[in-house]
Design a protein. Sequence first.
Length: 410
Amino acid sequence: MNLYINGRIAVAALRVNKLRSVLTMLGIIIGVAAVIVMVGVGAGAQARVEEQIRLLGSNLIVVMSGSVNQGGARAGQGTQWTISEDDAIAIQTELESIVAAAPNVRGQVQIVHGNLNWGTAVIGATPEFFEVRDWQLESGRALEVEDVRDIERVAWLGQTVLNNLFPDEDPVGTTVRIRNTPFIVAGTLVGKGQSGQGQDQDDIIVVPLSTAKKKLLGRPPADPRVVASITVKVAAGASMILAEERIRDLLRDRHQLQAFQEDDFILRNLAEIMRTQEAASKVLALLLAAVASVSLLVGGIGIMNIMLVSVTERTREIGLRMAVGARGRDVLSQFLVEAVLLSLLGGGIGVLLGLAGSAGIGHLAGWRVLIEPSSVLVSFGFAGLIGIFFGFYPARQAAALDPIEALRRD
């Protein structure tokens, strides 16, 4: 018998026991749908991490103030500013692999415009800040060296601040009050969205570094040149590890630290941190796919059990077919086609449910779900392989029946 005839016989056999056929396919349906949804969720998480790497800015190293040791008592991280604008200048000018180094300070402020107000983070920065963070202007002018030198009261608003204070107007050129100090809005920033840690990167105001230290963040430190951190951008293709080592050596030399003394600063390689998160998201995606694949195996076992029952129920039919000339391989192919058809029908329904479920999760939970055609094809193809693998044993049992003994069965 050819494949077409076997297919017609398989369809007829499945239609005889519709409910049993549907229940048999249920495991495959759930398995395929689960694989598509889980792989989609994992791929979405991985894509989100990759997007965060791009939004954060490529090849970044952050130098943060460390702690000091006084009388054997060690203060916590950042309790005393130990790095300065001069350190940033030295990093940028003395190390070949460094594109730019942006010193900055940070604090929390309340900003007021008209009858609206908003609590947000303020960053005191230099013009290098926008280059290091790959942050573009949406409108207005750029931060200039003269703004820092002259302690200008100008500000650049992130999208979250903009939406809360200027919902229906262009803010450029208007006046806002930050801690009761009037500032002119010089520009707005392009949105970056959430960071890898879930923080809103657009909920900020950028002002000149000197203005932030002298006008907004309270009493200035004893050394007016110190800063909270320095964000360093390494040239594309340069070794991040080597750049980190050279920055550490340069700062230790500038801070006159002896060999036995610990660093009074902290280095954070953001690119490595984000790549670690990306690797973790890949492992998570594989784990989710592996867990979901268990449902496919369970569905395959269900198909095998039902096919064995079918062979038992149709023993006389098998004996009759063999008695009129059907060969063992004809019976084998007949039951194998029936098992594969069950799997493929279940796989097709599972694909539809998986696509619908992925869209539903993305809409209701707000997660990014990325469906790749390859995952759909692999899931559907794997369902067919499940039918072949678990349907072969019952089919072989049917093909091995003795026609005379089969006809004697009740």
